[in-house]
Design a protein around this ligand. Structure first.
Ligand code: CAP
Ligand code: MG
Length: 428
């Protein structure tokens, strides 16, 4: 049972490596549980089998090559031919499949996956990436600003488009649908796209700025393709997908489809908390972010470095931002990041969202830098001056921060920002 442990093994450049946090189940030694993780995620089962032959084992048996019992961390190296390279669900059915439910483990969390070149080569990565989004929007250096139309669900198509228009004219670059706004009886996807893109054009004419609409196409996959086709036909450049609720198979299919259409993908991560939030069990957001980059999304929600309303750790989110934006990551035991080269896969633009307002912008920019989308729903539509004022206040907060002026001082000559400060300035 412990024969999948090989502490002398040195991973080959072509291996897939997984780092797990692992606590053994009752009555299990640490080594036995570690070995069980390696065998159940590859070629083995609970007992010896007559159909196994030495040549299979020789080539395909993974190695638990690192065990840190104090920190409860194991690293397993897998031969790349255990996986179909361009099949992300297949990869996950191995290294993130049955093992989470085994009695042999009490807790298990997949913290990171190192993808070798052989695997990377089979994926497209983002269509635009950060530079492409900057080129499309002509926003050269500053952070992007955006909003989510609120209420999440409830407005009809025309009301939705009007809110988007107000936000764009107020000064925002990006307007997106909420994650649970799909095609409703009172707000049909196709009509919403018509109305919203019509007002996007008007906002562009009036402001002289490029405006982006992220239309949420989340649905069964064949319908998603139709919705993406429609966005293209109506002159959109971007779609939005709830990447976890649709699943990675659907995301891969949509990414292939958008290659033909030349549409960028905004990735919302609704449901990730069910998978990522428990520090001892599940799959890390780092892992999900890497998969999203590999398959090819252009913008991805990563959290607000603990500034906003959602649960998250500053250190982890910063590491995720680095991971999705940089060409290479070095192994870091403290943050559980494995070495990763991204080769020709473009960088993804990070999105900070969830409970932000203009008041959060200096803190988030300080932590996350300029390659970020600052996105606020309540923090825009909750402005006492309305959505247009809310959009203006977000842009003003970005401008003030870039000029190193405090929001309080900047608000003396920018009334929309002053309204935001009046409302949220005393928020604990
Ligand atoms: C933000 C948001 C996003 C969250 C999700 C919401 O709205 O639209 O879905 O950002 O969290 O509905 O909460 P508010 P995350 O600005 O009104 O909070 O980005 O962490 O995945
Ligand atoms: Mg939302």
């Amino acid at each position: 049972m412990v024969d999948y442990i090989n502490l002398k093994y040195r991973p080959r450049p072509s291996d897939i490596i997984c780092e797990y946090y692992m606590e053994p189940g009752p009555g299990m030694t640490y080594d036995k549980a570690a070995s069980a993780c390696a065998l159940e995620s590859s070629i083995g089962t609970w007992t010896t089998i007559s159909t196994m032959n030495p040549s299979i084992a020789k080539k395909l048996k993974p190695s638990v090559y690192s065990i840190d019992k104090k920190r409860k961390i194991i690293k397993i190296a897998y031969h790349h031919s255990l996986f179909e390279s361009g099949n992300m669900p297949g990869i996950l059915s191995s290294i993130a499949g049955n093992i989470f439910g085994m009695k042999a483990v009490k807790n298990l969390k997949l913290l990171d996956i190192h993808f070798p070149k052989q695997i990377i080569n089979a994926y497209r990565g983002p269509l635009l990436g950060i530079q492409g989004v900057r080129k499309l929007t002509k926003v050269k250096k500053r952070p992007f600003t955006g909003t989510i139309v609120k209420p999440k669900v409830g407005l009809n198509e025309k009301q939705h488009a009007k809110v988007a228009y107000e936000a764009w004219v107020g000064g925002l670059d990006i307007v997106k649908d909420d994650e649970n706004l799909v095609s409703m009886s009172f707000n049909n996807f196709y009509k919403r796209v018509d109305e919203t893109l019509k007002l996007r054009d008007k906002a562009e004419r009036e402001t002289g700025e490029k405006k982006i609409y992220l239309a949420n196409i989340t649905a069964p996959v064949e319908e998603m393709k139709k919705r993406a086709d429609y966005v293209k036909k109506r002159g959109g450049e971007y779609i939005m997908v709830d990447i976890l609720t649709v699943g990675f198979s659907a995301l891969q299919t949509i990414r292939e489809h958008t290659q033909k259409l030349k549409l960028a993908i905004h990735a919302h991560r609704a449901m990730h908390g069910a998978i990522t939030r428990n520090p001892k069990h599940g799959i890390s957001m780092m892992t999900i972010a890497k998969i999203a980059r590999l398959i090819g999304v252009d913008t991805l929600h990563i959290g607000t470095a603990a500034v906003g309303k959602m649960h998250g750790s500053k250190d982890e989110e910063l590491a995720i931002e680095e991971q999705i934006e940089h060409p290479e990551m070095y192994e870091n035991d403290r943050t559980h990041v494995l070495e990763q080269k991204w080769f020709n896969i473009k960088p993804v633009l990070a999105v900070a969202s969830g409970g932000l307002s203009p008041l959060s912008i200096p803190a988030v920019m300080k932590i996350m830098g300029n390659n970020i989308v600052m996105q606020a729903g309540g923090g825009v539509h909750g402005n006492p001056g309305g959505t247009r004022a809310g959009g203006a206040a977000m842009r003003q907060a970005v401008d003030a921060t870039l000029k190193n002026i405090s929001l309080k001082d900047y608000a003396k000559t920018h009334k929309e920002l002053q309204l935001a400060l009046n409302k949220w300035g005393k928020r604990k």
